[in-house]
Design a protein around this ligand. Structure first.
Ligand code: PGA
Length: 253
């Protein structure tokens, strides 16, 4: 267990209408109660953000978005600005999820611009990185991650370690039921923390939370979080059902 406060984050992807998200968040808030031993964040689709924010009013659960655009405003049809997310109640924003990289052409440079825009507007970026199965098989895991970290995190103006969250999500583990072993994950997390120290200094790096993502379930979260550099989980499928997500939160605490 690390000295950093654990963070369990739910990425709802393109699931749930506004009313469905509202009901799920409301039930989750009930189950989580006032437990402050662990930070919890949920990231519903854009159309549900304001509704879910209202439901989370009296809850310690934080709200996050799944993407943003780096410009403040303008003629960018279909995009959402940092300011809009803030006004909808967000404190976190997921950036560079592998599905966005894979299906929507997101680059490390774009991730960097988005992360800078998020920070400039008081949003905490949750920057996702991770290797594909073929990259792991070809022994490219660390070179892939090195590039993603170098280009994605370059020059981020952090005021403190709580400003940034990094999520290691091996692409081969997302939605597949194939979790990285705790040792595989720890090895990568330690590598990422070393990279962070290179960029931001040892002290800052020691405080930045690095989440593991990829088929996190109630029965594997505790073992993962017992590792020294794993500070929480980014949970997809298993965050959609409040009872199951609450179990993950409980075991993660
Ligand atoms: P999963 O997704 O938990 O369904 O594997 C994780 C993610 O994509 O963030």
């Amino acid at each position: 267990m690390s000295q950093r406060k654990p963070l369990i984050a739910g990425n709802w992807k393109m699931y749930k209408t506004g009313p469905e998200a509202e009901a799920t968040a409301s039930r989750l808030a009930e189950l989580v109660g006032k437990d402050e031993s662990v930070d919890v964040m949920i990231a519903p689709p854009f159309t549900a953000l304001a509704l879910v924010d209202r439901v989370l009013n009296a809850s310690p659960i934080a709200l996050g978005a799944q993407n943003l655009h780096w410009e403040a405003e303008g003629a960018f049809t279909g995009e959402i600005s940092p300011d809009m997310l803030k006004a909808a109640g967000c404190t976190y924003v997921i950036i560079g999820h592998s599905e966005r990289r894979q299906y929507f052409g997101e680059s490390d440079e774009g991730v960097n611009r988005k992360a800078k825009a998020a920070l400039a507007n008081g949003l905490k970026p949750v920057i996702c990185i991770g290797e594909s199965e073929s990259q792991r098989d070809a022994d490219e895991t660390f070179s892939v991650l090195d590039k993603q970290v170098r280009l994605g995190l370059e020059g981020l103006p952090l005021r403190g370690p709580e400003d940034l969250v990094v999520a290691y999500e091996p692409v081969w583990a997302i939605g597949t039921g194939k979790t990285a072993t705790k040792d595989q994950a720890q090895e990568v997390h330690a590598f990422i923390r070393k990279q962070l120290a290179h960029f931001f200094g040892q002290d800052m790096a020691a405080g930045i939370r690095i989440l593991y993502g990829g088929s996190v379930k109630p029965d594997n979260i505790a073992a993962l979080m017992a590792m020294p550099d794993i500070d929480g989980g980014l949970v997809g499928g298993a965050s959609l059902k409040p009872e199951i997500f609450a179990e993950i939160i409980q075991f993660g605490a």
